[in-house]
Write a protein that binds this ligand. Structure first.
Ligand code: JB8
Length: 269
């Protein structure tokens, strides 16, 4: 996969040289190219921003440098990339989207600063490319570079050969399949006793069926505790009998609408 990033802070993307993503690049599994947007300015001050039409606080990124930068990046490769625009007003970045993007040969990221990029840039390239305006969560950062680090790492670890073994993704929180919309439960390693705290017996039993059931129960327990919204929107038909009894034990009951809800008498903790 090829990834281009156009930014006014190329140094912000340095973490892409490190760890999993850095290794994937060294191994030739990922080709990352970071570009300085100011290379496509022509004035003495390398201006990339201007005041917003209609007034208001902050500055807006001028369209001309983005247009020249994106034309140059598009010219430098074969075919059309998916253009990923980080913005708090975008569609949520989810594991499902990470999986979809991991199947594309070429991604271009355009992290903005200030109040964002002049809308006409998104419209212009939206006429020619698959453009995705994406938000990594309901909070506001100072720019799109940190979201690019997040998204590139989420996508890169899904590329063939990047993680140790193909099974590594299967149990991820939010992984499509059995773990869709479930959080992963707790994990343990040696020593078997640490500061008087033992490891759940079932994990030492060598009984793979019991271990799998315990992990699924713990996934439900943690999901119900930390993300009740995921339980509320889950399709009960995807659950087996033991899943339902686990949820019942946690105080969840099927409602008239065929969805799970918290039983009124069930207590918080
Ligand atoms: C200017 O919080 B964010 C985010 C914030 C931003 C820009 C992009 C993304 C650009 N502020 O996801």
């Amino acid at each position: 996969m090829r990834i281009d990033v156009v930014t006014i802070f190329p140094e912000y993307l340095e973490p892409l040289n490190v760890s999993l993503v850095g290794k994937a690049r060294e191994r030739g599994l990922l080709d990352v190219r970071v570009h300085d947007l100011r290379e496509w300015t022509h004035d003495r001050h390398n201006t990339v921003d201007d005041t917003p039409y209609g007034g208001g606080p902050g500055m807006v990124m001028k369209p001309e440098p983005w247009g020249e930068a994106l034309d140059a990046v598009l010219e430098s490769g074969e075919g059309s990339p998916v253009l990923v625009v980080p913005t708090p007003s975008g569609r949520p970045f989810t594991q499902e989207l990470a999986v979809e993007l991991s199947g594309k040969p070429w991604l271009v990221f355009t992290p903005a600063r200030y109040e964002g990029i002049d809308r006409r840039v998104i419209e212009e390239y939206g006429d020619r490319l698959d453009v995705r305006e994406v938000s990594i969560g309901d909070y506001v950062l100072a720019g799109g570079e940190a979201p690019v680090l997040v998204m590139v790492e989420a996508v890169a670890r899904l590329l063939p050969g990047v993680l140790g073994n193909a099974e590594s993704h299967r149990d991820d929180s939010f992984a499509p399949g059995a773990m869709a919309d479930l959080l992963e439960g707790p994990v343990f390693t040696k020593p078997p006793v640490w500061r008087d705290r033992g490891v759940p017996e079932v994990l030492l039993s060598g009984h793979h069926g019991k271990v799998a059931r315990w992990r699924r129960d713990e996934a439900f327990r943690r999901t119900a505790q930390n993300r009740p919204d995921l339980i509320e929107r889950c399709d009960p038909a995807t659950l087996d009998k033991k899943d339902r009894s686990m949820l019942a034990a946690l105080g969840w009951v099927l409602g008239e609408d065929g969805r799970f809800g918290r039983a009124v008498e069930s207590v918080e903790e």
